[in-house]
Every structure is written in C-alpha cells, then in structure tokens.
Design a protein around this ligand. Sequence first.
Ligand code: ADP
Ligand code: MG
Length: 686
Amino acid sequence: MSAPDPFALPVSALRGIAGRRAEAFARLGADSLGGLLTLFPRTYEDWSDPKAIGDLLDGEDAAFVAEVARDPTLRRTGRTSLVRTVLRDPTGAVAAVWFNQPYLQGKLKKGERYLFRGRIKRRDLAFEIANPSFEAAPEEGGAGLKAVYPLTQGLTQGIVRAAVHETLGRVGAFVPEPIPVPVRMEHRLAAAEYAYRSIHEPAAREEVDLARRRLVFEELFLMQAGLRLLRTRSSRLHAAPALPRAEAVDRAAARLPFALTDAQRRVHAEIAADLARDVPMNRLVQGDVGCGKTVLAALAMLQAREAGFQSALMAPTAILAEQHHATLERLLGPGPRIALLTSATPPSRRKGILAGLEDGAIDMVVGTHALLETAVRFRALGLAVTDEQHRFGVRQRTALATGEGRVPHVLVMSATPIPRTLALILYGDLDISLVDGMPAGRIPIETYTAKEADRPRIHAFLRREAEQGRQVYVVCPMVEESEERDLASAQETYRRLSQEVFPDLPVALVHGRMKAKEKTDAMASFRSGTTRILVATTVIEVGVDHPEATVMVVEDAVRFGLAQLHQLRGRIGRGDKRSVCILMAEGAEGDALERLRTLCRTQDGFQVAEKDLELRGPGQFFGTRQHGLPEFRIADLYRDLPVLKEVQGALDRLLARDPLLAAPENRVVLPALRSRFGSLFPNVGI
Ligand code: ADP
Ligand code: MG
C-alpha cells in the first residue's frame, strides 16, 4: 500500500468547510485539495498601493487605508439590511455602505484603521463606496495582489482564499513536478511549487506572469505528450494490414464524372501511401465544406477492397449515411458490394448485412453509430472512415479501431475548419491532410442579412427561384435546451409557408424528432426534385450534398455559431449555379450583426472559424460536449498559441531522443499523465 494521496483529500478536510460549502466547492470542480490548487484565479485585485482618500478618482477600483470615523449603523427593511459608516484619513472622508451583511456592524470598530478596497464613486466633493472589502491595516504599504476566483452560490472570495491558503500550507511543498528538468531549463519555466504558490498568492504582477506561463506550459505539455504517446504506443503494439495501391483504383479515379482537383490528388496520394504500409494510418482529412472529401473516402475504400479487405464509413446522421451510400454506388460503379446500415434498416435486412460482414460477402458498409454495436463483426476490416468526426468525439473514433491483433487503418474527415494549431491539439494523434482547394467553376454564395420587413421580398424571390426549378432550404434553429419550443416554431414556419405563403408549391418538413423512415422519405422527395422548399432543422447541417438546392434562408441566424452557419451555408453553392443565402437577423445589432456580416464578406471557412474562435472562445466553438477532450483549466487556446508552439517544439526534441519517456529525467511525465488521463495510461509502462 502506498501512502494516501494528500491531493485527493476532500475539501471538507479543511477548516470551516463541510456540507453545503463543500458542495459549493464541488460545483466549481474543486472537491479535493488537488482540485483547489487548480482552481485558478480569474483575475487579481490590486491591494498593493493604498491611495490617499483625497487622490481617489471617480469610478476607479482602489485600495486606501482609513479609520472608521463613526459607529456603524444598521438598518433593516424587510429582508434587506444596510450597514453605514464613514471612513476617514487626513486627506478626506468616504461614506461607506454594505448591503445585506448585518454582522459587519459589530465587526467594524470605531477608531480602528483598516485597508479597504472597492469601486469609488465621487459626487462633487463627496466620496462613496459600496460593499468594500477590508482587512486590518498593514504596518505599512498594502496587501499585495489578491486572487479573484470564480464563485458559486454559498462561497465568497474570502472563503475561497482561506481554503486555498490552507491547502498551500498543507500540500504546497509536495506538488509534483511533471516537466522534466531539461525542458524546464530550456524553456525557462518556473518550478511547480513556486508556480502554484504564486498563481494563488502572488507578491507582485511579475510573479503571476511567471507562474501562469509555467502552468499553461504544463497543461499543454501534458495534453500533447499524452496524445503523442498514445500514438507511438498504438503504432508499436499493433500492425495494420498493408493495402497496396491498385490499378483498379487509378482506373476508378479516371472514370469519375469530374477531374480531381490538385488538392484532392495530393491528399489521395497521401492516403494511398499510408494504406500501403502495415503501420496503422491515422489521418485527418480536413477541408472546407464542398471541397470534395467524399470521393477521397471512396477511393480509399476501393483500395482496401482491391487488397481483399473490408471497409466501413461512419456518418453522424442517417441522412448523411444514406447519401454516402448512394454516392459510393455511383462513384464506384458495379463491383464492390456496398451495404447501408442505420437505425432505419429493417431487422431482416440488418440480419443479412451482419452475416455478410462476418463472412466477407459485403465489401463496404456505410452507416451511423449502429456500426459500433458489438453485433457488427467483420471478417477483415482494413479501413474505418468517419465523416464529420467532431460529432463523434474521441472515444467513438477509437472504438472501431481497437480490436485483437491487427487494427484497421483510420481515416477521419472533417469540414470543421479548425485552425491548424488547434487541430494539432484536438487531433494531436492524427496526421493531417488539407484539401485546400475547391472544384473549379464554383460560384461564390451571395450571403445577406435581412429583417422581418424584408419578408415579402424574400418570399417573392423564393417563389421565383422555385418556379424556375431551383430548390430552397429554410433552416430553423434547434438546440437541446429549448427543443420543444424550437420544434414548435419549426412546425409553425412549415405551416405558414405550406398553407399561407406557398399553398401551390410542394413544401416539406424534416427535423430530428421524426421517425427515421419519415426523414428518409422527406429527403428523398427533396432530392428527386418533387419538394421545392424544404423546411429543416439542423439535421441537414452536416454533409448533405444536393447541388440543385441553391437558396437557403436561415431563421433566427444569431442563434447559430458562425462556424455552424458556414456549415449550413455549405449545403448550397455546390454546383455551378448562382446561390443565395439569407440570414434572418431581426433585432440583431452591434456585435451580433457584425458577426453575421463576417459571413457576408468571406467564403473561407478558416477565416470564419478564426473569427468565431476569437468571438466565442474554443469551448463554445466546439461545443464542449462535442470535442471529447478535457477542458483546459488555465490555458486559453487563443491567447496561448505561442506557448503551444513552444510545447510542440519541446516535445519534438524530447520524443526524438526518448520516444517512450523512459529515461530517468523524463520519468516524471508518465505519473502525471496517469493522474490526468486515467485508464488511457495504465500503470504498467508503455
Ligand atoms: P465535402 O467535402 O463537403 O464532403 P462532397 O464530397 O460532398 O464535399 O463534395 C461536394 C460536391 O462536389 C459533390 O457534389 C461532389 O460530387 C462534387 N465534387 C467533388 N470533387 C469534385 C471535383 N474535383 N470537381 C467537381 N466536382 C466535385
Ligand atoms: Mg462531406
């Protein structure tokens, strides 16, 4: 038995913390001493340079030393209370009030001097301050910087500061040092103990900067080291089947209804070379919506088939799976036996498909999550492709890939225009291929914002387009938190358009709550051209490819993220006809409108993503539930990109010398990975 881990002690081990207070800490993600140490301050209050009252300015946050000049009075009205007094120094006086802290009446003593801090209000010559914090006046000077923590109901800054202070006293000297000494020296990083103390209780601003840099480095370093080691390990432990390049694939490529773009050709070659080796491929193909990623998957799947192996293509929605299935059949022609497996597949057919996969009668299968079920067994799976994988998360991505003995090659396709540096973090265990060109002849999508008052004109435009044989999407927002209401308003939009505005035109509705069969039918009728106007929720967001649709109206566009709008807009503009996207933005002003205008100005998904990232931060950008990686506690991917680059460089050099981090000076890393990522790094060495 090893000694109990002091960092795992619950916060209730600290003075004055139990019950509700302990629960409040847990809500902040700090239910243990270790958690408290990584409850990083949001900002700092400067208590260091107390000013004379006479020098205080209106509106500033300032610290000053003053004497309580009068006995504080307490007044209660209903459930509220007010404590008042006057604070004085030789240069002036400040009227102070505290709301709902009645106990302060007995705590503040007339004639005593305290150090106060708060927001000053100055009216002519009178100073006021509301709810200032205070402590006993220091002998001289101020009280340095004070951390300001994220709070939750039941906690105050004082409570959190005291808890952190006690924690530093108890375990501060034992914080582990997970960065190897040579790396610390090379990058001039502060030691762990110093960093944790200084981030919480800095004596000066410079200490915060040193501490923060080191902690950000540590967080990114461990994340990256973890991803890289996972990758080294899987390529050492497992081999994949070698799927040599085949002439049949080149012939299929030559037979396509279009010529591949240069970017497609380059990425195709990268994939083909990967597949030919017995080292498992782990490749992310990234490319803006409409750049033509599907055909690359198709060719890779054909290469597997020519080598006698099966392949699977997994899509996030049944609609998309059906579409891919149709595309593969069209692009690859007769020959490969291609099955479709989704939740809509009838049981009898499903049984046949499962049997065919197991005995090898089926070469390729396209499907949804249904493919991950244990009942799905392959005779010889050589390649697993996932499309639009950010919807699946890391866990699912690896699920198809893990098996006995040999593992399949893995190809991941994503249209999420992730800035490259970020992609490195999210997919640090993947190689990245960029399809950075569009098929020739694409006409830019005209994008406009519009208001309610523009509706009649928009309707007239939609009618004209529909009557000329074009097709229209009307997209309604749908989010989990307000699903019922959103569904109702999508249905209302459908009712209005189908009954009042376009009673003579075929209008249909598709949303995520419909039965699989109804969805399929609605999409099929749109694809065949029967339906002219399709009212849809974001089920059409990813991947749907239907070049005849040239107009999109997005209702309540401000409710979407920019990257998501870009994805949506990518449903049109897929052919060589003029395409128009109208973003309804009634009531949007200022920043919100400016955000939407980004889309009117640029067609480039990467620019859109950069902007989105800048405006909303990475958490929002990916939707925390989607990317499947832990949140960062201190690193801010936007602000800390330079540190990330340093980390990449450090790891390149480190792993080139010591790929498994087994050298004595590097052995500090693995325990930290274990405690951070748990079972991914079992305690048995790599
Ligand atoms: P995405 O990368 O968004 O998945 P798709 O694979 O759905 O894009 O392709 C978008 C459309 O472009 C499809 O209709 C596809 O047939 C077409 N396409 C793909 N590559 C080319 C090309 N090289 N030239 C012309 N059209 C292409
Ligand atoms: Mg696609």
